[in-house]
Design a protein. Structure first.
Length: 189
């Protein structure tokens, strides 16, 4: 699906699509041998279902955390980029020009999402120090966590790919967090 036709879903609580189910199953096969100490997900239906598929072979239940939700995109939720550009070209261009400081009309800014997602991630990491933990969230909240962990300025958030059902791996070492894998997608069978 192209960037112009992909919908901005944000806080809309939509179910996981049949394609999403297949993508999660493919990722689940890859992760079947992993040794997860725990699993967490956003509390939205699509991420809860993805987590359910991923943890089924491990006998775990994912803990839903609202702090891991995607950006609230306010009035833009449910629209495509092309629709937003047509309805509100000035705001769309402002977003493209300054992603790091943009406030979604009626929604959140990057700093709003960072203020909830990063502390949640830190609590998870502290609770399970030295263990492998599965966190199922969204493109925006995942990018924010990776930026914070890696010391990347927040305005560079879009430099980190985050496709649907893609695997990214952060590992904490003696000198801080390291990105071991970014945006890896499993082929569908």
């Amino acid at each position: 699906m192209g960037a112009e036709t992909r919908r901005f879903i944000g806080h809309l609580d939509v179910p996981l699509s049949p394609t999403g189910e297949a993508e999660a199953a493919a990722l689940g096969r890859r992760l079947a041998g992993a040794k997860f100490a725990a699993a967490y997900s956003s509390d939205l239906a699509r991420t809860r279902r993805t987590a359910e598929i991923l943890v089924a072979p491990h006998g775990l239940e994912a803990v839903p955390l609202p702090e891991l939700r995607e950006f609230s995109m306010g009035r833009w939720e449910g629209l495509t980029a092309a629709e937003i550009r047509a309805l509100d070209p000035t705001a769309f261009e402002a977003w493209m020009a300054d992603v790091g400081r943009f406030q979604f009309p009626g929604g959140e800014s990057l700093s709003d999402v960072s203020a909830r997602a990063w502390p949640a991630f830190e609590r998870i990491a502290a609770r399970h120090s030295g263990s492998c933990v599965l966190v199922v969230a969204h493109g925006g909240s995942n990018r924010i966590v990776m930026c914070r962990a890696l010391g990347i300025p927040p305005e560079r958030i879009l430099a980190l790919g985050q496709d649907y059902a893609a695997l990214s791996v952060l590992e904490r070492g003696p000198s801080g967090w390291a990105l071991q894998l970014l945006n890896h997608r499993e082929p569908l069978l």
